[in-house]
Write a protein that binds this ligand. Structure first.
Ligand code: F6P
Length: 564
């Protein structure tokens, strides 16, 4: 496969609301009455019709709000908004991130060796694999004990310092793949500028056996650079206190043995004092929230090893190929993205729950929050004109069954429409039995029960038939008709974790493409960063700077300072 970059200027976004498919969907929405019970009665083949496979993922959308008419109109919307061309432009390396004038090529990070993709005359796949090989060699050295700290001891703890995409992906995948982690090697993740984060993650560590990965695409992020400096001081103080280092030369040697960096800004890495030989690079065409499959995943690679990391990448690639080549009618990310547009733009859903019935996926909803909300939380389109309709939903969630004992009450009986994705695997990494009961089966019974309860509910008649006192019949009715998707996979392997991430990346892409927005920039995080810098002197006691603040902010800072 040889794909070439095109430098054609980005065409103006299509206004989806002017499309004839949009009018059809509006008409359908105006008279839409969800009736899951009725649909299943009248459509015996409904499960087959709305169940799809993508690589190892088995996706049942039969309990969603899809009907034949809705799906046909959504497919027409694909044509009207020309999503397929935009998808192909992304895979080909066009500069579809127009506000940053960048290609969007996270899919190139998982192309197998030997595939070819040229950008501006460079063989991107060769570059990607050169960096992967460098990361793999490093990971092997740490795992085997060949890489030692300043006092000659092997590394026992790897601390990743990064934030946003340089943290959420690595920590989520590390937690998801804990069963694959090498014994005796632990990773920790420091992200927050709250000093308690770094303290908690380092206070019980031995500097002689600790290695820091400074992960930052830009190598300028306030939180990461502050924590990196603090980590450097912690390490050097600790080693000096133990008599391991005594002079500047030994300090530099210690930094080389205890610090590596992952960044697109290798010049800044060198300025920080990290030997460029210990830096792994990536490219501006990888968005932070799309980067866990680049060398940003170094901590994961050290934990699970290069072979497993390659399997992880192969999972992404399997879904990329599904998304790139499968007909729209069977294309899972396409259909799930369209379905989200149906819920969000026509049925007024404000949020979307993601509920993994897999404790190892406990950080998956947090990871998805950056992926989806930093990508699609926009009010202007890629040509800076205002959007013409609602954009990104609020994504949230917690693992089941924990969520059942917290917020499911609202899912079952509340007044809000909240579509929910239920995710589970068939095989547990640690099967246990409780008497005769397989505990994973108990977990899965809950998974199956919840989507059924949400769909079918319980009618007044059914509640009365149970002998319920008339005064509380209403309280015990479940309206049902609550839409869910079930995503099942054989096990939580590295490959399948890659598949899950890629699935949501492409769902996010489809939604953004319909709305005509640039899903790959994040200008909305800038203002707060600038203000924080401006306010820092005021917070620390500079009266003149405090005078510049607005009355409310000034009063808060004064209160804060009075209580220090
Ligand atoms: O918060 C904005 C952001 O730029 C994210 O998009 C990014 O993942 C994060 O900051 C961290 O950035 P960096 O990897 O450059 O430190």
């Amino acid at each position: 496969m040889v794909l070439r970059t095109s430098v054609a200027p980005m065409s103006a976004p299509v206004d989806p609301t002017a499309a004839s498919a949009w009018s059809s969907l509006r008409r359908l929405a105006d008279s839409f009455t969800p009736d899951l019970r009725g649909w299943f009665d009248s459509e015996p083949e409904r499960v087959d019709l709305y169940t799809f496979d993508a690589a190892d993922l088995h996706v049942d959308l039969s309990k969603s709000y899809l009907t034949a008419e809705v799906l046909a109109a959504l497919f027409a919307l694909v044509t009207d908004t020309d999503i397929v061309s935009r998808r192909d432009a992304m895979f080909a390396g066009d500069r579809i991130n127009v506000t940053e004038d960048r290609a969007v090529l996270h899919t190139a990070l998982r192309l197998p060796k030997g595939a070819a993709l040229e950008i501006d005359g460079r063989d991107v796949v060769a570059d990607v694999h050169a960096e992967l090989d460098k990361m793999y060699a490093f990971a092997d050295q740490v795992r085997s004990g060949e890489w030692v700290g300043a006092s000659g001891k092997r590394i026992e703890t790897v601390v990743n310092i990064g934030i946003g995409g340089s943290d959420l992906g690595p920590v989520m995948v590390y937690e998801a793949l804990l069963p694959y982690k090498q014994q005796g090697l632990e990773c920790r993740f420091v992200s927050n500028i709250d000093p308690t984060d770094l303290w908690e993650k380092t206070h019980d560590l031995d500097p002689e056996t600790t290695l820091f990965i400074i992960a930052s695409k830009t190598f300028t992020t306030l939180e990461t650079m502050t924590n990196a400096r603090l980590a450097k001081k912690w390490l050097l103080d600790g080693l000096a206190g133990a008599g391991v280092i005594n002079d500047a030369e030994q300090q530099a040697e210690a930094i080389a043995k205890h610090f590596v960096a992952v960044s697109t800004a290798l010049d800044l890495v060198a300025d920080f004092g990290i030997d460029p030989a210990n830096a792994f690079g990536f490219w501006d065409w990888v968005g932070g929230r799309y980067s866990v499959d680049s060398v940003i995943g170094t901590s994961v690679c050290v934990a699970i090893g290069p072979e497993r990391f390659a399997e992880f990448l192969s999972g992404f690639h399997a879904i990329d190929e599904h998304f790139r080549t499968t007909a729209v009618e069977q294309n899972v990310p396409m259909i799930m993205g369209l379905l989200n547009v149906w819920y969000n733009n026509f049925l007024d859903a404000q949020s979307h729950a993601v509920l993994p019935y897999a404790q190892y996926l406990h950080r998956f909803p947090a990871y998805l929050q950056q992926l989806t909300m930093e990508s699609n939380g926009k009010s202007v389109r890629w040509d800076s004109s205002p959007v013409t309709t609602q954009t990104g939903e609020v994504f949230w969630g917690e693992p089941g069954t924990n969520g059942q004992h917290a917020f499911y009450q609202l899912l079952h009986q509340g007044t809000k429409l909240i579509p929910a994705d239920f995710i589970a695997v068939a095989n547990s990494a640690h099967p246990l039995t409780d008497g005769d009961a397989d505990v994973h089966d108990l977990l899965m019974s809950n998974f199956f029960a919840q989507t059924a309860a949400l769909a079918w509910g319980k009618t007044e008649e059914e509640v009365r038939a149970e002998g319920t006192a008339e005064e509380i019949v209403g309280a015990r009715v479940f309206p049902g008709n609550r839409p869910t998707a079930a995503i099942l996979a054989p096990e939580l392997s590295p490959k399948i974790v890659g598949e899950l991430i890629a699935l949501y990346e492409h769902i996010t892409f489809v939604e953004g493409a319909i709305w005509g927005i640039d899903s790959f920039d994040q200008w909305g995080v800038e203002l707060g960063k600038v203000l924080a810098k401006q306010l820092a002197p005021a917070v620390s006691g500079d009266e003149a700077a405090l005078e510049q603040a607005d009355p409310s902010t000034r009063a808060q800072i004064e209160w804060y300072r009075a209580h220090r």
